[in-house]
Design a protein around this ligand. Structure first.
Ligand code: NDP
Ligand code: CA
Length: 307
């Protein structure tokens, strides 16, 4: 028996204006690579059964279909070609995938290929203008981390938007690498957009809000802000967690995932609330209820009036 799914509410940060007619829904989610979850992650409180792919894939798809984002940014995708690309194509999504050059999935017996970043968009809402895959560098040295950057055109407003997805280097001790990778991504994005285009950068940054790479994004000349701050009462504070897991080394509850957006060009109309500690449960993530150790972030955006 599977426990029931918990309902997450959308919070509408108020800014006086009336609600826009057709917001753009964006989802950011590290879905947990199947090979890593079963092979190397050692989530000691999660029964192996809850990690079996034939069941877990439906939980992941169920969550995506619950929110039906126009833009879907995923990390740790090691079932792109056999699952997500074909299933989501059948639902009207077009996509780009960039595998990691040396995915740790490849070290796991019976793996399904490398994991990587995938960017999906609803073809009825957006037209693809351009797309590129990037291998991120740190201090001029190519690393094992990647990003997908696309230029989309909204079919309703006709406006262009640049959307990127990334997954930065994990673990403590690698803060300077993450910071360098973040700067490298911003440099690529800046070159890609040429003129001032609204930006969305989604990712598992593997960095808490006090890290350099977070500051680097918050203070970049691109005018970015992190959408999930809108969930807090003061509108200035990140959520307490986007991932929560128990490994043999202990419990890890931290905010590592972000949706960055151009403050002057886009406004956040709604933010999907995080499950509470009680809903997550004593064994934390993943579980029979939650297929990944990371929670999905979902926001609705609208274009601001052009000046
Ligand atoms: P990262 O350090 O970025 O982490 C890779 C994955 O491991 C992430 O998805 C991360 O998840 C997860 N992870 C983070 N912390 C832990 C933990 N404590 N226990 C288990 N998993 C964790 O990896 P890299 O991309 O830098 O690659 C490192 C690995 O890749 C090496 O250990 C090696 O196996 C392989 N490799 C092989 C090479 C080769 O030449 N064959 C070359 C380079 C790498 P999350 O982001 O959710 O935290
Ligand atoms: Ca992981």
């Amino acid at each position: 028996d599977r426990p029931p799914r918990f309902h997450r509410k959308f919070i509408h940060p108020s800014h006086g204006d009336s609600a826009p007619s057709s917001p753009i829904r964006v989802m950011q989610w590290n879905i947990l690579a199947q090979a890593l979850g079963e092979g190397v992650d050692s989530f000691v409180q999660c029964p192996l059964e809850a990690l079996s792919w034939p069941q877990r894939k439906y939980l992941i798809l169920e969550e995506i279909l619950t929110y039906r984002p126009h833009i879907l940014c995923l990390q740790e995708v090691d079932h792109y070609y056999d699952t997500f690309q074909p299933v989501l194509a059948g639902l009207g999504y077009s996509s780009n995938f960039c595998p990691k050059p040396w995915s740790p999935c490849l070290d796991v017996e019976g793996n399904n290929g490398p994991d990587g970043c995938a960017l999906f968009f609803d073809q009825s809402r957006f037209e693809l203008l351009d797309s590129m895959s990037i291998r991120l560098s740190a201090m001029l040295i190519p690393t094992n981390q990647v990003a997908v950057v696309t230029m989309l055109r909204c079919r309703i407003t006709g406006r262009r938007m640049c959307v990127a997805v990334t997954h930065l280097k994990a673990r403590s001790g690698w803060e300077r690498v993450r910071s360098s990778q973040g700067s490298d991504l911003l440099r690529h994005v800046q070159n890609f957009i040429k003129k001032y285009t609204p930006l969305l950068i989604c990712g598992d940054f593997n960095a808490i809000p006090t890290e350099d790479v977070y500051r680097c994004f918050a203070l970049s000349p691109l005018g970015l802000d992190s959408a999930y701050k809108k969930l807090s009462r003061d509108g200035l504070t990140e959520p307490e967690y986007t991932t929560w897991k128990i490994r043999p080394t202990g419990e890890c509850c931290s905010t590592l995932d972000y949706i960055w957006y151009t403050q002057n060009k886009l406004s956040v109309e709604a933010v999907l609330d995080m499950p509470t500690e009680e809903q997550i449960g004593p064994n934390r993530l993943p579980s029979y209820n939650y297929p990944s150790d990371h929670l999905s972030l979902v926001c609705d955006f609208s274009f601001k009036e052009e000046d």
